[in-house]
Design a binder for this molecule. Structure first.
Ligand SMILES: CC(C)(COP(=O)(O)OP(=O)(O)OC[C@H]1O[C@@H](n2cnc3c(N)ncnc32)[C@H](O)[C@@H]1OP(=O)(O)O)[C@@H](O)C(=O)NCCC(=O)NCCS
Length: 239
């Protein structure tokens, strides 16, 4: 079994509440790239191997986190592969998601018998200027109206992050490309959120489909999570 990387943070934080989910979070800045690559112990995919040090660091940290989630779930130290479109490829019978940003890498994974899709994301909380700059891209007019009484930097960061997590959960299931205007936040409170699709992604994911999400802020970072439990899961429509 692979040893835990030394910079791995509390393994269950921040989503103790999602049953059957394994989570690993790493402080990317606390370990040099050479040590991360040695801990990973396998060659980087071709498209990452020639990339800048930051990209290789993020990739290695994300994969070390992913490996820890798989160890916890199955006891086997597997590292997800990478599809040509960038999707991580999880071992048979498992699903998961990876994100890196704001000095953190995070991975979530679960048994495919329990969840058909997962999406995770981490972002630094936007400054007021950045929130103003991005809100037209991230938020629909209805979202802005609905969430007008909430703190604007929280709304913009959470909407951005939750929509990225939604994409990571649903793109592998549907094969559909979709963007921030194709989903809206209908609710955002106390770490819980709800998103609604504004257009059909596949026969099983019509316009109006509702997906719950979670978010958590820690040290000016916002983590978001989308889970698609198997009981709610529609068919895998990927062509
Ligand atoms: C794919 C995307 C979501 C990645 O997000 P990001 O903020 O750039 O980067 P993150 O660090 O959070 O996530 C990167 C990880 O996403 C994962 N990923 C990439 N493509 C993916 C896909 N199609 N499906 C699921 N996960 C994917 C990978 O594991 C990647 O890490 P890795 O390359 O080290 O393996 C983003 O680049 C993108 O294409 N966004 C446009 C689509 C979108 O967000 N729409 C909003 C829908 S409402």
């Amino acid at each position: 079994m692979a040893p835990e990387p030394p910079c791995l943070l509390e393994p269950r934080w921040p989503w103790e509440c999602a049953p059957g989910l394994a989570v690993a979070v790493m402080d990317v800045r606390r370990q040099p790239l050479s040590e991360m690559l040695a801990a990973l112990g396998e060659a980087l995919p071709e498209r990452v191997a020639g990339a800048a040090a930051k990209r290789r660091t993020d990739y290695a940290a994300g994969r070390l986190c992913a490996r820890q989630t798989l160890v916890r779930l199955t006891g086997v130290a597997a590292v997800p592969g990478m599809e040509t479109d960038g999707r991580p490829v999880w071992p048979a019978g498992l699903c998961g998601s990876i994100s890196h940003g704001a000095g953190r890498a995070v991975a979530v994974a679960a048994l495919a018998a329990r969840y058909s899709g997962l999406g995770v994301d981490v972002e630094e909380v936007f400054s007021p200027a950045r929130a103003r700059e991005l809100e037209d891209l991230i938020l629909t007019a209805d979202e802005r109206r609905r969430l007008a009484d909430r703190e604007p930097t929280l709304v913009a960061t959470a909407a951005f992050s939750l929509k990225e997590s939604l994409f990571k959960a649903l793109n592998p299931l549907t094969g559909a490309q979709f963007f921030h205007e194709d989903a809206e936040l209908t609710c955002l409170a106390d770490g819980c959120a709800q998103l609604r699709l504004l257009r059909a992604l596949s026969p099983s994911w019509p316009a109006g489909a509702v997906v719950p999400g979670r978010y958590r802020i820690s040290e000016n970072r916002l983590f978001s999570l989308i889970t698609i439990p198997r009981a709610d899961a529609r068919t895998d429509d990927r062509p």
